[in-house]
Write a protein that binds this ligand. Sequence first.
Ligand code: DLL
Length: 432
Amino acid sequence: MIWNETKECMSRDEMSSLQSKRLVKMVDYVYHNVEFYRKKMQSMGLLPSDIKGIEDLNKLPFTTKDDLRDNYPFGLFAVPQSEIVRVHASSGTTGKATVVGYTRKDLDVWAECVARCFTMAGVTRNDIMQIAYGYGLFTGGLGAHDGAQKIGATVVPMSTGNSQKLITMMVDFGVTALACTPSYLLHISEILEQQGLLDKIKLRTAVCGAEPWTDEMRKELEKRLHITAHDIYGLSEVMGPGVACDCEYHNGLHVNEDHFLPEVLDSKTFKPVKEGELGELVFTTLTKEGLPLLRYRTKDITSMYTSPCPCGRTNVRIGKFKGRVDDMLIIRGVNVFPSQVEVALIGIPEVKPYYMIIVDRVNNLDTLEIQIEVDEKYYMDEIKGIETLTKKVAHVINQALGLNAKITIVQPNTLKRSDGKAVHVIDHRKLF
Ligand code: DLL
């Protein structure tokens, strides 16, 4: 489990027993240090002594993003402010920001977890690593920075916002590793291609996360850039990047479960789903001091696997994210995830994997439009060419979603590029 000795892993039984020990301690800690949890547990007639191990996890209350917002800014912190050495915050599109706080030990654990993840992606002290997540209140920049530094890589703290500078330095410094969102990596690959710089870079590996992306997109990026790309997951409430990451087998993301105890639950019954089935990911922090959380509902949809991974790591894996509970669109009664559109588009060579899904309601009927960018190599002025392509894309989308969509083919470089989390959906129905 140690980042530079990844082959020396605990058995599943050893892990469960460590988790049980830590959970018992954690429940006692939150009961005595966080009024919110004490009151919640008291209202359920629950005492810390009722929790004897992970088998009692389902007795504990859930925590939601609203609980953090209701206790804005520091109400759920378990230590006095003098013990908090850093805060981050995530601003949702609605409501107040959620503020998270870290003690010095929390920052050490965070760096350790990110270092393990980057090690899974093959990063070593011999790498020059650009961190192109935003630095600041977002956890991506500083979180990835501390992890890369812990490994001993040469860190280039790029942040976001200046793609040309990033590319110049990538070439001049011989950058070998990059951390950024997958949509930003796609954008970078496009600029490198346009500027004829693809064979001037030494990039080997990219560690991408902060937004859902598909395995098809990973392979596409690997092919374009001749690299390996890895999926890193995390969320600010639980810590930031580094909660889980995939190894060279891309068999799902190994969870740092000695620090974050995962459950995948049916979001109606709140009972665990069977191994491999989709459900909502829920985390209980096992070692956090500043902002410990019991059963935090991430709203992220995934599945869990305990079978052995050929890499030798024994920690559980979560499947690539299907999206978020609140990302799922219901259009004319059909459940649609933006990732389904992404997978469908990657199979069509004439279009680029940029897309915008626009949903509306006209005369009480849902309408679905998908704007798609044609690849410049295939860009056709003649109406006939566009018509044929539109029909082809409409057919592929219909097969993928089981829905008819209006396909609008737009000119190359029309859809907005993103250097952070990409927006793929505009749902006008929410405005009513
Ligand atoms: O996005 C932390 C992070 C930074 C993770 C850099 C990875 C890399 P938040 O801004 O709080 O934190 O957003 C958390 O982003 O609940 C997921 O919905 C989504 N998310 C994060 N990583 C992935 C991923 C950071 N690899 C929310 N795949 C989470 C899919 C992801 N979704």
